[in-house]
Design a protein around this ligand. Sequence first.
Ligand code: 13P
Ligand code: SF4
Length: 348
Amino acid sequence: MPVWGAASWIRGGVAQGARGESVWWVAVAGFVEGLVERLRVLRERRRAVILAHNYTLPEVQDVADFVGDSLEMAIRAAETDAEVIVVAGVRFMAEVAKLLNPDRVVLHPEPAAGCPLADYATRRAIEWFRSRYPGAPLLVYVNSTLEAKALGDYLVTSASAVEAARRLAGEGHEVIGLAPDRNLADWVGESLGGAAEVVAVPPEGHCPVHEYLVSEYYVRRAREEHPGARVLVHPEAPRAARRLADYVGSTSQMLRYIGRTDPRGEYVLATEEGLAYRARRLYPEARVYPVSGRTVCIDMKKITLDKIVASLEHLRPRVELPPETAKRARETVVRGLELVGKLPKTLA
Ligand code: 13P
Ligand code: SF4
């Protein structure tokens, strides 16, 4: 442990020990206090901004300059004038931040924090779609590889996918591809009500957290445990789980739903459990429950406070992207934001 960490640990520990709290809690609280103080100093010195996803650990959300969904993170990344951008989220989020800020230092505190759903977006799957449906547009979900973004037509997130598909259907496209989440593709198809066929690319792409832990079984059980609660389900969940929802939407859409429906109401959030912490911070009078305690994305939780501090201390690990692939991927991001009218002025 660095010297500053040990010093703060002891200082915080002594202060709290004097108040009669348990030794374990005293030690942890002191350590965290030291990290937060170190982060404050480093953030100023590096002129850095910390962008965190709604699924990150509570202590990470607490120190972030901005907490939001993947679309909001991308837009913030494009708008910030900070010299250093720290992305507290999984790898594709850090890649998008770098795409939009090629001349700035983008740090991803834990490069091993990937997204198993993103890995389904392979070149092979996209080539299959291109040859099977020539001329059909391909939406690429932000949870995807850099290569898929370079090969796709429009970037979408769970907050923008329906709107993007609607506009393309309005332009007369009868078939629209969506890579790589089959449940999101299914939900977009349902939302279009037959205006176009939405093809999942590949047919088997899914997020393990949403597919298995936001299943019909868990949503039904949560409904039984909280009979008065409204149930909000993420579109990455399977159709049988979505059928039980009062509302289907991205993480930020769920938060806005609480705000406009009843900020003092009762809600089950059928998505990764970190969103419940975010919702409670925004709406302290609401009663918010994750669909179960098991809906944990282990990759999101790899981004810890000490790794953020270390990354700012050493200015690494930095995100570096192959220039040609990055250029094409950036064009897909810009086209996607433009399609739904969300292109920030800084990228226009
Ligand atoms: P949102 O875009 O809704 O934040 O979701 C990102 C994600 O990883 C969902 O699992
Ligand atoms: Fe990827 Fe699923 Fe984790 Fe979201 S919750 S980052 S889709 S693995």
